[in-house]
Design a protein around this ligand. Structure first.
Ligand code: COA
Length: 261
């Protein structure tokens, strides 16, 4: 399928999805969110794809937020719809995807851009990256999960300050806060992220999917994360990957995981 606002490249078992609206600093409008949802659905089904990397086109921005022009004349109902549809199609979708999604933050990650990065399973940033949730400068609050995921990642006090002041933080501060896992030079960002992704791709995809579910359970209301872990742990024993992983260990060779249940 052809997309207008995103690019997809496949390199072996990695897929790189680039948000590609550079003249609008890759702002997320409705068509871009829908295309990302379709692309992620395809990549989820694609047996060859083990890890997905999200990034922004150009050197300036990852994503500079939701498209302000698109919602400037909305009322309450349209505003709520925007947030709920966006969360369903993209942000929750990514968080719950069974394949690892890593955001490579190559510049501004503001508002919906930082929310997109935070919905990913983890983040790597380039030195020039700037991150923030500036919604209160527009008379808004974050609506794509930012009020929930930012405190989970950086702690309540820092999240309160970042959201109330609307200040951007630089990549080093984000590293210090635990918002990103690594900071590298901009021209090394994709290669560095691909190296991490390639290491992940060597491991059991079925086990990784169950690890994502179990870790996410820690942040879900009315779900007992320990019970979820026990359930997923048990299920691993019925997979081909488990047989291969343990057999390979006992035979003193590297495992060759097929990712089959
Ligand atoms: N929505 C829609 N368009 C956006 C956008 C957004 N979130 N962020 C940037 N753009 C557009 C600008 O309108 C401009 O378009 P134009 O050339 O047609 O006028 C283009 O992208 C370039 O942005 P510009 O503001 O000229 O770049 P800059 O280098 O001066 O400033 C930023 C960069 C990121 C500081 C600034 O664009 C900005 O503050 N953006 C909004 C961030 C925000 O509030 N995001 C949260 C939204 S909920």
């Amino acid at each position: 399928m052809d997309f207008e606002n995103i690019l997809i490249e496949k390199e072996g078992n990695l897929a790189i999805v680039t948000i590609n609206r550079p003249t609008k600093l890759n702002a997320l409008n409705k068509p871009t969110i829908e295309e990302l949802n379709q692309a992620l659905k395809q990549l989820e089904k694609d047996k060859d794809t083990r890890v997905i990397i999200l990034t922004g086109s150009g050197e300036k921005a990852f994503v500079a937020g939701a498209d302000i022009k698109e919602f400037s004349n909305f009322g309450q109902s349209a505003g709520s719809q925007l947030a709920s549809k966006g969360q369903e199609l993209l942000f929750d979708y990514i968080q719950n995807l069974g394949k690892p999604v890593i955001s490579a933050i190559n510049g501004f990650a503001l508002g919906g851009g930082l929310e997109l990065a935070m919905a990913s399973h983890f983040r790597v940033a380039s030195k020039n990256a700037k991150m923030g949730l500036p919604e209160v400068t527009l008379g808004l609050i974050p609506g794509y999960g930012g009020t929930q995921r930012l405190p989970q990642l950086v702690g309540k006090g820092r999240a309160m300050e970042m959201i109330m002041t609307a200040q951007m933080i630089d990549a080093e501060t984000a590293l210090n806060y635990g918002l990103v896992n690594h900071v590298v030079e901009q021209d090394e960002l994709l290669d560095f992220t691909k190296k991490i992704a390639s290491k992940i791709a060597l491991n059991s995809a079925t086990a990784i999917a169950k690890a994502i579910k179990s870790i996410n359970a820690n942040f879900k209301e009315n779900v007992n994360g320990y019970h979820e872990e026990i359930k997923n742990f048990g299920e691993c024993f019925e997979t081909e990957d488990f047989k291969e992983g343990t057999t390979a260990f006992l035979e003193k060779r590297k495992a060759n995981f097929t990712g089959h249940n």
